[in-house]
Write a protein that binds this ligand. Structure first.
Ligand SMILES: [Zn+2]
Length: 396
């Protein structure tokens, strides 16, 4: 049992962030399409969208609530007092935020991320601190953001890319009853199911990780791991996007699409869909018997951290140097295979992600220096090697 409890604690401290800078993951593909890069959207404040479509928003949120109660037996029902009343016109923004059960500590203002290779020519910028209450992560330190004025034109590519990183700005932090926030006490989400609620980034983990295909023993021994909620976020933002598009609010259609895309991106990461990729049930049990569970968890945590650092450094370096025709960026811009989620995100995307876990874990253990991925006494996060990971893997 200690094994599972330790897994639960670890899952949050190191694994909550997922991909660094989701905007740059989508950008190589978005920037290649002329129709997406022309300034064709008109920025609209959230309040204006809500004022125009409050009835529709109330209807969509009701539909999502009913759908989630059927789709996910672990879904925590929205408390009646938080349900969005489309007939009232006061306090729309605060009531919308409460109905979505997202953090009221963000401004949800109009902005976009300035992407690699773009110049802002002395235009105004907006600081990270104006967009988020979190300390900036490594990938955010050098990122420049531009404020948008209501009515200002902006491209679909910029809105989708920027919005796809927004859920990592703190939208899902502090939502649970034991997170010590006033809104968490009201949101009806119960105690945080896994992860350490005391860590600044930690409480978003159950919203960004979904263990939808647990083996029977893990599901039995630690049912809390089944209470991840990324599917809810995807269904919610997809539904709001559809409403926005069909009612002529394209800016919010694309911004909600970007929010949904974030969680889809997180679920492509095997370390977000499986508690211990590369560790068989038998090995896990053996580590319990031999008292080596902490070592197993440390190795998985380090491999998770290494792949994210590696991916971010490789892409950031190529984009900063304008190497758009490089094989890596081209593999995103013009993918050889397409993934049609005909049966839905679950199981099509999540099963594929889980299926790649063992292979990814095996590759990491064979190509990355052993110190980083095969030494249980080493801690990757904060090791100072994050900047050098590409050279270290290349043997430089
Ligand atoms: Zn995430």
């Amino acid at each position: 049992m200690r094994f599972y409890l330790t897994v639960a604690l670890c899952l949050c401290s190191q694994l909550a962030g997922a991909w660094s800078d989701h905007a740059s993951l989508a950008w190589p593909m978005l920037r290649e399409r002329d129709a997406l890069t022309q300034p064709s959207l008109v920025a609209e404040p959230l309040e204006a969208f809500l004022l125009a479509e409050s009835d529709g928003v109330a209807g969509v949120l009701d539909q999502v609530e009913r759908a989630m109660l059927v789709l996910d037996p672990e879904y925590p029902a929205t408390p009646a007092e938080l349900r969005f009343d489309g007939t009232a016109s006061d306090d729309l923004r605060a009531r919308f935020i409460a109905a979505l059960r997202i953090s009221p500590r963000l401004s949800y203002s109009l902005y976009h991320q300035v992407m690699p290779g773009e110049s802002i020519d002395g235009a105004a910028t907006v600081s990270w601190q104006q967009l988020s209450f979190l300390e900036p992560g490594v990938s955010h330190e050098d990122t420049v953001y531009r404020p948008l004025l209501p009515g200002e034109e902006v491209s679909i590519a910029h809105v989708v890319a920027s919005a796809s990183d927004e859920p990592d700005m703190g939208m899902d932090i502090g939502l649970y009853t034991d997170n010590g926030t006033e809104f968490g006490a009201r949101y009806g989400m119960g105690p945080q199911p896994f992860g350490n609620p005391n860590l600044s980034y930690g409480s978003q983990a159950p919203l960004h990780m979904g263990f939808y295909h647990l083996d029977w023993l893990t599901a039995y021994a630690q049912p809390e791991l089944k209470r991840g909620l990324p599917l809810w976020r995807i269904v919610l933002y997809e539904s709001l996007a559809e409403l926005a598009f069909t009612t002529g609010h394209d800016y919010w259609g694309w911004r909600f699409m970007g929010w949904a895309l974030h969680y889809i991106g997180d679920l492509t990461q095997p370390y977000h869909t499986e508690p211990l990729p590369g560790v068989s049930l038998l090995s896990a049990l053996w580590s319990v018997i031999t008292g080596r569970t902490d070592e197993v968890i440390q190795l998985v945590s380090n491999r998770h951290g290494v792949i994210e650092s590696y991916q971010y450094r490789r892409m950031a370096d190529l984009m900063d140097r304008g190497r758009w025709s490089s094989p890596l960026l081209q593999s995103i811009a013009r993918p050889q295979t397409s993934c049609f989620l005909s049966a839905g995100v679950i199981p099509d995307l999540t099963l594929g992600s889980v299926a790649m876990g063992d292979q990814l874990d095996g590759i990491l253990s064979s190509v990355v220096p052993a110190r980083f991925v095969s030494d249980p006494t080493f801690e990757w996060v904060g090791s100072g090697f994050e900047d050098q990971v590409v050279d270290k893997v290349a043997g430089v």
